[in-house]
Ligand binder design. Structure first.
Ligand code: LMR
Length: 329
């Protein structure tokens, strides 16, 4: 992740400060699908603050939370076309355009938060960010949310056989599809801003998400059962439109890169704290039946899901697969 600025800072700028007109404000429209009081929402606010501070208000970051402009089905295209300048989609969403990003969705790839942060800073992170460029996007870095948990309306999910014939809301991702197919469950991909309703109306029985997303979108009102499974990690690539970036004056690119670095370190600590705080709140609500997977149950799930790795390795490629096996061991 850190190598990002050195890769781009020396690229020739299409304009210098004079040509772009000092005093004219550059606006970055930043669209995302979650609420403001979430790891991503809070990171976006911190980023906006730092960019404005470091550029003396020369660059303004306008935030559009709650999918008010675009949702997962169209935000990547909106970025590529320059309708917005920044988005921070989940790994799953990015994997639709750059399949290698599937590596981050593999079940039980990360033992803990440290392993996730390590992957962002390792060659895994580097490879993934570079793969965005041919698609017209610059990867500024990675923001985490947290580990995903399983929810349902049809009883507690404790053993692999409990998933059979349930219908799960998923993000559009081949890994997620493969994961639930291994458990003989059906899947349907639904954008985040329609998840509450799809659970309320029974269009889906079940889902997977972080505590923060369950809490901030009140999904605990429409899902009765929660299994603390930590089976996969939900995180985001922070992306900018490539030609927009290349036209920015050097001084603004530098300021944005610094703001991003400052935000990311803070954001990834804050994500853990936000999930922890909202976990306490969620328990206080007392609306869900909660089960924490035992180590034995966890290894049952892990065994049942191991074939997913083979199923998607051709999309991910050898180098990344080896890196993730190494991280797991
Ligand atoms: C989801 O759709 O469940 C997540 O991707 C939402 C998000 O961006 O955290």
């Amino acid at each position: 992740g850190i190598g990002f600025f050195s890769r781009f800072s020396n690229a020739p700028s299409a304009y210098d400060d004079e040509q772009i007109g000092l005093g004219r404000q550059t606006v970055i429209k930043f669209s995302y699908v979650v609420a403001e009081n979430t790891p991503k929402g809070l990171a976006a606010q911190e980023f906006a603050r730092l960019v404005e501070e470091k550029t003396n208000d020369g660059v303004k970051v306008e935030l559009f939370p709650n999918a008010s402009l675009y949702n997962e089905t169209n935000e990547v295209e909106a970025l590529q076309r320059g309708r917005v300048q920044m988005i921070a989609p989940s790994f799953s969403n990015i994997s639709e355009v750059v399949p290698e990003w599937m590596v981050m969705d593999l079940p039980f790839a990360f033992q803990n938060e440290e392993a996730v942060l390590e992957s962002f800073q390792s060659n895994i992170g580097d490879i993934l960010l570079r793969k965005l460029e041919p698609e017209g996007m610059i990867g500024l870095g990675f923001w985490g949310n947290g580990f995903q948990q399983m929810t349902s309306n049809r009883g507690l999910l404790v053993h692999p056989e409990d998933f059979r014939d349930l219908r799960f809301r998923i993000l559009p991702s081949k890994v997620k599809q493969a994961q639930f197919n291994q458990l003989q469950a059906a899947t349907i991909s639904i954008p985040f801003n329609q998840v509450y309703r799809s659970m309320e109306t029974g269009k889906v029985d079940s889902g997977e998400n972080t505590i923060s997303n369950l809490y901030s979108k009140k999904l605990y009102q429409v899902q009765k059962y929660l299994t603390l499974s930590n089976h996969a990690y939900l995180g985001y690539g922070v992306l900018m439109n490539k030609s927009f970036w290349e036209k920015l004056p050097q001084s603004q690119r530098k300021a944005i890169a610094e703001a991003m670095q400052g935000t990311t370190a803070w954001a990834n600590r804050n994500a853990v704290a936000t999930n922890r705080k909202q976990w306490d709140e969620l328990k206080k609500k007392g609306q869900m039946d909660i089960h924490a997977l035992s180590l034995e149950e966890r290894s049952e799930w892990q065994q049942a899901l191991e074939p997913v790795y083979q199923e998607v390795e051709s999309y991910i490629g050898k180098e990344l697969m080896e890196a993730v096996y190494e991280l797991r061991s």
